[in-house]
Design a protein around this ligand. Structure first.
Ligand SMILES: *Cc1c(COP(=O)(O)O)cnc(C)c1O
Length: 421
């Protein structure tokens, strides 16, 4: 469920008309709903119920500080994957003991910054990283709390680019080697083991792969405890999928995911962390765009929008489907048409949808890409010197620009011409 509904014939974000936002700040633009962000965070928080837990929002999904502040205000922790995300979470006011630092290639500078600023734990992905963290911690006269990310070798049954839990993926330590690496961690002077971490992929549409992974983690918990390690925290990652397409079967609900966690690891008495990103932000955002031209091609009609692959790369990158709807509500019995929906960027990859049937629209009309809140604005670029797409946050009848569209001058002045040129 989200808060983007037609009212008086116009698509709204909560109580604010998307046509008014477009008139005020132009297109393309991302628009987020605070109520949807809040609702989705609470679904996870409630799904874990009375188990001691922390929902750490995977902020790579949508990392604007206004979004982070909204979620942190509800009690969310953050899952960060870079020094930049760490700094951004801190700038948004997130307490350091609620920040989990993940990522397969943390540099010593990133490790040092997080240890100096404070961090809940590092989720460690390899032995060399364990060594590096220990050395940096010792140099700072401290110890680093860590979990080890294990790779359980389960098939997440998702798009190959976002599957992370098979042995051929670059992530984590093979679960079969976990005992060995935990033994090494226990020997290192700068390391304090606090638990186990697992994350098998994104946009999972079934619970079975999670179940397989969580059962392996439960078994490993018992083994490591028998080896003398203090396993008090289980970080179960993120990855629960969202419905991108109304016609498809709905992915599992957070409630059922919570029940699965209770069933598989609830008896271990550990504090549970989860790291949902997409399910919190995905349906909380839309991308607003305007039709520039309707072009008649050879046996096909192109809908040419002012949004492009640089603003929303998911269709080009992951073959993703986004529902694309007119901002003006189609009248009952309206005409429909079939379009190839494209942006103005100079490559054929700049295609959002092929042979898409939708209500007929005309040049100048506004459309909205639904479910664009996660991995949308954060992956945007200025390819073709198209200004970085702005972001707007709505709460009830309030709205505010939370990232302004840069001017051409802003963009161009970032380049420096060497004095010898
Ligand atoms: C990307 C990622 C997540 C979030 O995945 P979603 O599918 O957005 O829920 C969580 N944890 C880690 C380690 C990740 O890399």
């Amino acid at each position: 469920m989200d808060h983007f509904l037609y009212r008086n014939g116009v698509l709204h974000a909560e109580d604010v008309s998307l046509a008014e936002i477009a008139a005020e700040i132009g297109t393309p633009a991302y628009v987020y709903s605070s109520a949807t962000l809040t609702r989705h965070f609470r679904l996870f928080d409630e799904a874990l119920g009375d188990m001691p837990h922390l929902v750490c929002y995977a902020m790579k999904a949508a990392s604007n500080q206004a979004i982070l502040k909204t979620l942190a205000g509800l009690g969310a922790g953050m899952d960060v994957v870079s020094g930049g995300e760490y700094a951004r979470a801190r700038a948004a006011g997130v307490a350091p003991d609620r920040i989990v630092f993940a990522g397969v290639g943390k540099t010593r500078a990133e490790i040092r910054a997080a240890l100096e600023g404070g961090v809940r734990q590092f989720n460690v992905e390899s032995e060399p990283e364990l060594q590096a963290i220990s050395e940096v911690a010792v140099a700072l006269g401290t110890t680093a709390p860590v979990t080890l990310r294990v790779n359980p070798d389960v098939d997440a049954k998702t798009h190959a680019k976002i599957a992370t839990g098979k042995s051929e993926n670059k992530f984590g330590v093979p679960i079969a080697r976990a005992r060995e690496v935990y033994a090494e961690a226990a020997r290192l002077p700068g390391i304090a083991v606090v638990g186990i971490d697992v994350h098998i992929g994104s946009q999972l549409t079934e619970l079975a792969p999670f179940e397989g992974a969580f059962r392996k983690v439960a078994e490993l918990t018992e083994t490591l405890r028998a080896d003398g390690h203090d396993i008090t925290r289980l970080d179960l990652g993120g990855g629960l999928g969202i419905p991108y397409r109304n016609s498809n079967a709905a992915p599992p609900l957070p409630f059922d995911y919570g029940a699965l966690i209770r069933r598989t690891v609830g008896h271990l008495g550990c504090e549970i962390e989860i790291e949902p990103g997409r399910l919190i932000a995905g349906n909380a955002g839309i991308l607003l765009a305007r039709v520039i031209y309707v072009k008649e091609g050879e046996g096909r009609r192109f809908l040419i929008l002012d949004a492009a692959m640089n603003d929303l790369i998911r269709p080009a990158m992951y073959d993703a489907w986004h529902d694309i709807v007119p901002v003006t509500e189609p009248a009952p019995g309206h005409e429909r048409s079939v379009y190839d929906i494209v942006g103005p960027v100079c490559e054929s990859g700049d295609t959002f949808a092929r042979a898409r049937e939708m209500p007929e629209v005309a040049a100048g009309d506004l459309v909205a890409f639904r479910s664009a809140g996660a991995y949308g604005a954060v992956m945007a670029s200025e390819y073709n010197t198209r200004p970085l797409v702005p972001e707007v946050l709505v709460k009830g009848d309030h709205h505010a620009v939370i990232r302004a569209r840069p001017s051409f001058d802003d963009i161009i002045s970032r380049d420096t011409i060497p004095h010898w040129l």
